[in-house]
Design a protein around this ligand. Sequence first.
Ligand SMILES: Cc1cc2nc3c(=O)[nH]c(=O)nc-3n(C[C@H](O)[C@H](O)[C@H](O)COP(=O)(O)O)c2cc1C
Length: 323
Amino acid sequence: MQTRITQLFGIQFPIVQGGMHFVGKAELAAAVSEAGGLGILTALTQRTPADLAAEIDRCRAMTDKPFGVNLTFLPVVNAPDYPGYLRVICEKGIPVVETAGNNPVEHLPALKAAGVKVIHKCTSIRHALKAQDIGCDAVSVDGFECGGHPGEDDVPGLILLPLAAKALSVPFIASGGMADGKSLVAALALGADGINLGTRFVATQEAPVHERVKQAIVAAGERDTRLIMRPLRNTERVLRNPAVDQIIDTERALGDRIRFEDIAEQVAGVYYRIMVDGDVDAGAWSCGMVAGLIDDVPTVRELIDRIVAEAKSITKERLASLF
Ligand SMILES: Cc1cc2nc3c(=O)[nH]c(=O)nc-3n(C[C@H](O)[C@H](O)[C@H](O)COP(=O)(O)O)c2cc1C
């Protein structure tokens, strides 16, 4: 398969694994890249830039194929050491960075100077256009269905993607709700150059998370996610559990008076307990509606091969026979 995304990133299939806190570690990123997609390490899961450097080395020991690093700009008071992470990314010769959460403009000169390609993940056409204008090489267009932060506009992929195709000249990939070969064909039909998957890659053999996290995704239906933190304008789609119900109760009770501290216990610093210890009810964790389409835990290679084979058969058989 050749699309503008496979050419830009030097990969076999236009399938990208989005950055995921406590999931995007070397085991998963290397497996995705080895299977012909683009794996992505999540910088902020590594406590320090030195830890990220070590994780990059660990990933390189597992694959000689290209992989990227996700850098998420968080709405927090005490910002992580972004310059330090950026330095490591540039020094280590990482070919592509996925930025998310905020406009990456101030970091682009350093990344460009080091020859790093930038794909910015955003949830609206105006932000996608902004990313293109400031010089990002590609955009990841994340629809309302997505796990993680869908933004505040609530526009699903079926509307966002054709709008992106009309508005953008840089390559873009479809993100949010992508699960299988049907997703890939649909994304390409809507004008995208590839797909970005989050939740689907959590439920794979190589994802370095507790088995209970994978089984929670397999067990979940399409109605089992909730949006939290909307009153804080930091909306996140998460899997429903008792901690999430508690957050929603607090949000209802406090209305506009809510502050982050009111829900911090269920949101802040909970990923280790969830992803590593497997205490899936310990707090809120990102999960997309696509959980409703996930009912197994394949290896990454099985998943990617299956996506490509299904996309091929839909295109060559079902669609070709219609005309
Ligand atoms: C468990 C989990 C953690 C995530 N953490 C991050 C993150 O740290 N940074 C980021 O940019 N996106 C993060 N995401 C979003 C994904 O990169 C991707 O955009 C999203 O999952 C796509 O939607 P999907 O889950 O429907 O495939 C996370 C998603 C999940 C499921």
